[in-house]
Ligand binder design. Structure first.
Ligand code: ADP
Ligand code: MG
Length: 454
């Protein structure tokens, strides 16, 4: 574990140090498992201990599938943990509470209702008298910048304005705790920026009725812009891997040196989690240890060529190359993880560096690239080697997809199993390690005379 993480309070098994003052929401030893298709439990969250203090924005970062949305839904009382306790205002939270509102990535607005009526719909569960409901919705509409659009219908609004209606619908209940699940990620960059800035202005000026915010994001800059504290979740199952306090004054400047160093630190934490889980998995569960990141060979090659070229010349800060290639954190880490796993690049702290093999790959022609890729697939991706091995052992050199699907599903959830298969099919096809017939759902070994066993 890099030492700077330790300084900032890396959390392993001890409960999180709660912020001083009043705790709006607490989770104690929360575990959550879903059922796998086989009926066995799939652990998604493990030993989550956290407290959301009054007056703070708490961020939740982690890779896709790490359990962020599940944690947020548990915090909202929308689902119950498998074990452990959730306390809201000191009392056990057993169902959605009136003081907690949720903003999702995109809203299902009622198309047949106007903006005003959509916002008022947020009050349905509370049962206020009509004049009071109208007064509240009018004030939420003004607050969120929708004044003048009261009688518009959702179809007449841009994506950004529709998301504002979602915010207004959450704010109309004057929530004590606001939960937001990637609230800006469905919007284009500029729209997201303007809505985020408006939200932060209201927060800083204390114009919101809300005491605390929990925001899930996979955008590191966004987390550092908004949050007082950031929790990083590891994956499979999701645990709190690190807690990063952000004490910079608002409004925050993304180009500020201290801002950048916090961003780099978070990249380092995500990186060390990735490399650790790859390393640990291989010994423990063999071919099915770790879901494969679903990235195409084209994207891998595009990334590695950019990394090899000037100005990077083989080594880049993750934040920088993500900017060059317009990758969000989820996409960046899938690519980086795949290259690390294949040993074409090495993740180290907040940087990624080509290995000797990676450099060789970028200097090779198409045939040689394929050959190198095949060699690395066999050596470093046990699941690809496993498929290859099964095909070579069978007399007809064929095997149905289902065979591998079932094996994967013993270890991974259905989504991860599906993605791992799709990833390995793309990689294996490119490397000419095996072929796959989409219609017949059959894997086959390519045979040397150029004909396949399909
Ligand atoms: P994130 O928001 O970090 O991307 P999620 O909380 O949505 O992650 O999902 C975490 C894991 O739990 C994923 O592997 C997902 O497939 C699984 N999962 C989420 N909801 C359910 C459900 N209702 N039933 C079964 N598995 C689920
Ligand atoms: Mg999610």
């Amino acid at each position: 574990m890099p030492s700077q993480n330790a300084e900032r309070g890396l959390i392993e098994k001890t409960p999180l140090a709660a912020p001083d003052g009043h705790r709006v929401l607490e989770m104690r030893r929360v575990f959550k498992a879903f059922a796998k298709p086989s009926g066995e439990p799939l652990p998604v969250l493990a030993d989550i201990n956290l407290a959301i203090g009054e007056g703070e924005i708490l961020g939740l970062l982690g890779r896709s599938g790490s359990g962020k949305s599940t944690l947020l839904r548990i915090a909202g009382g929308l689902i119950r943990p498998s074990s452990g306790t959730v306390l809201y205002g000191g009392e056990p939270l057993l169902e959605p509470a009136a003081g907690i509102a949720v903003v999702f990535q995109s809203f299902a607005l009622f198309p047949w209702l106007t903006v005003e009526e959509n916002v008022e719909a947020g009050l349905d569960a509370i049962g206020l008298a009509k004049p009071e409901a109208r007064r509240r919705s009018q004030s939420a509409i003004e607050l969120i910048g929708l004044d003048g659009f009261q009688s518009a219908y959702p179809r007449e609004l841009s994506g950004g304005m529709r998301q504002r209606v979602g915010f207004a619908r959450a704010m109309v209940v004057e929530p004590v705790l606001l939960l937001m699940d990637e609230p800006f990620s469905a919007l284009d960059v500029l729209t997201a920026e303007s809505l985020r800035t408006d939200f932060m202005d209201l927060w800083i000026e204390r114009q919101l009725p809300t005491k605390s915010v929990l925001i899930v994001t996979h955008n590191i800059d966004e987390a550092v812009t908004m949050c007082d504290r950031i929790l990083v979740l590891s994956s499979n199952p999701g645990r709190i891997a690190a807690e990063i306090p952000v004490s910079l004054a608002h409004p925050r400047d993304r180009l500020d040196g201290e801002f950048r160093s916090i961003v780099d630190e978070i990249y380092s934490i995500l990186t060390s989690r990735t490399t650790e889980s790859l390393g640990a998995g291989n010994h423990v569960r063999g071919a099915f240890a770790h879901p494969l990141p679903l990235v195409t060979v084209n994207r891998l090659m595009g990334f590695i060529d950019t990394l090899a070229a000037s100005p990077y010349n083989g080594q880049a800060e993750l934040a920088e190359i993500a900017g060059t290639l317009s990758l969000d954190v989820a996409a960046l880490f899938m690519i980086a993880e795949a290259l690390h796993m294949l040993e074409f690049a090495e993740l180290k702290e907040s940087a990624i560096k080509l290995t000797a093999a990676g450099r060789l790959l970028t200097q090779s022609d198409t045939e040689e690239r394929k050959r190198l890729f095949r060699e690395h697939l066999l050596r470093f991706v046990p699941f690809a080697a496993h498929i290859h091995h099964i095909l070579s052992e069978r007399e007809d050199h064929r095997a149905p997809r289902e065979r591998f699907e079932l094996e994967l599903e013993d270890h991974l959830n259905q989504g991860d199993a599906e993605n791992s298969l799709r990833a390995v099919i793309g990689w294996g096809r490119y490397a000419e390690l095996f072929e796959y017939d989409d219609d017949a759902r059959i894997f086959a070994a390519p045979v040397s005379n150029g004909e396949s066993a399909l």
